[in-house]
Design a protein around this ligand. Structure first.
Ligand SMILES: NC(=O)C1=CN([C@@H]2O[C@H](COP(=O)(O)OP(=O)(O)OC[C@H]3O[C@@H](n4cnc5c(N)ncnc54)[C@H](O)[C@@H]3O)[C@@H](O)[C@H]2O)C=CC1
Ligand SMILES: O=C(O)C(=O)COP(=O)(O)O
Length: 303
């Protein structure tokens, strides 16, 4: 079998794949080159950077497995793969703790101006008087999407003595001290909103102009889920007007975020942003790598 790893995979996982007796390649190919190479590939391994679109899948004449070393499958045309009888693998939950920790980091960074304080100090400015922030203690956080990551975020924020609300149409009960509410209640009652849904047609621009209008003045928004769940044009306007106090973004509708709208957004002082690093920890990548290699080798055995 030829296994092509198109996005960086943990070193230990790569070594295991290379020792498995299969032919392993790991040069990153951009879309056109990847399409040319696809007819030779049995197993395609990706993270979020590679878009496994219908044309990539169609070009995979021998393709048997698409392995997404991570959680979100929005970059894989799963329907097309199914139609072609190609198995799609991923590693749900394996990087969840890392994302939860980053989301909370972004919340605190937004509430306490950590990024602006750093930038000001680096440019020689002592902006102590301008950087009065907010506590999390006793304030309300609304979690949208109460799956693996949403729950890990909730557990940790309960330890901050926050009042935790969650919205998830597929979750009807929880053992955690979290109130399950509808989406409007999240918008109306939350001081902080953190998003943990997959990107689907239903969640695209779920946080839009109308949603911002329902929110409390001075709300803090965190998106470490997927770009495009938040309408970034509406977010920009809400940040400029002061409706939103600050936003912490790990993901963008365009990645890297180098178009005009994203550039404008990143220039705002009340944005804290990271380059899609929610899963980028040594620990998460080790787990993801281990699990995806197990799944690939298991699946190959069945062929
Ligand atoms: N920033 C990063 O590096 C990472 C981002 N992610 C993103 O986080 C997302 C969530 O990951 P997990 O919690 O592991 O997935 P999960 O599948 O365990 O949880 C997602 C939850 O969202 C809920 N949901 C689906 N549609 C919804 C809707 N319309 N409204 C409210 N809730 C809805 C589901 O019922 C589910 O409980 C992933 O799909 C991925 O896009 C995941 C890992 C790393
Ligand atoms: O697992 C996910 O859904 C992620 O977003 C992580 O993406 P990455 O593997 O770091 O490109």
């Amino acid at each position: 079998m030829r296994i092509h790893v198109n996005d960086p995979l943990d070193k230990v996982a790569m070594e295991r794949l290379k020792k498995s007796g299969h032919t392993v390649t790991d040069v990153h190919l951009e879309k056109d080159e990847l399409i040319k190479e696809m007819s030779d590939i049995d197993v395609l391994v990706v993270r979020s950077a590679t878009k496994v679109t219908a044309d990539v899948i169609e070009a995979g004449k021998r393709l048997k497995i698409i392995a997404r070393a991570g959680t979100g499958l929005d970059n894989v045309d799963v329907e097309k793969a199914k139609e072609k009888g190609i198995k799609v693998l991923n590693t749900p939950g394996a990087n969840g703790i890392s994302v939860a920790e980053l989301a909370i980091g972004l919340m605190i960074a937004c509430a306490r101006h950590i990024a602006k304080g750093t930038l000001d100090l680096k440019s020689g400015e002592w902006t102590k008087k301008q950087l009065k922030g907010h506590e999390l203690y006793k304030r309300t956080v609304g979690i949208i999407g109460f799956g693996n990551i949403g729950k890990e975020v909730a557990k940790r924020l309960l330890a901050f003595d926050m009042n935790v609300l969650a919205y998830d149409p597929f979750i009807k009960e929880t053992d955690l001290n979290v109130k399950l509410v509808d989406l409007d209640t999240i918008f109306k009652e939350s001081d902080f909103i953190t998003i943990h849904v997959p990107k689907t047609p239903e969640t695209t621009h779920l946080i839009n102009k109308e949603a911002f209008e329902l929110m409390k003045d001075g709300v803090i928004i965190v998106n470490a889920a997927r770009g495009g769940v938040v309408d970034e044009e509406a977010l920009y306007n809400a940040l400029v007007s002061g409706k939103v106090y600050a936003a912490g973004l790990d993901v963008f509708e365009v990645e890297p975020p180098n178009d005009e709208l994203r550039k404008k957004l990143l220039e705002l002082p009340n944005i804290v942003a990271t380059p899609h690093i929610g899963a980028s920890t040594k620990e998460a990548q080790l787990r993801v790598g281990q699990i995806i290699v197990d799944k690939i080798l298991n699946e190959i055995e069945k062929i």
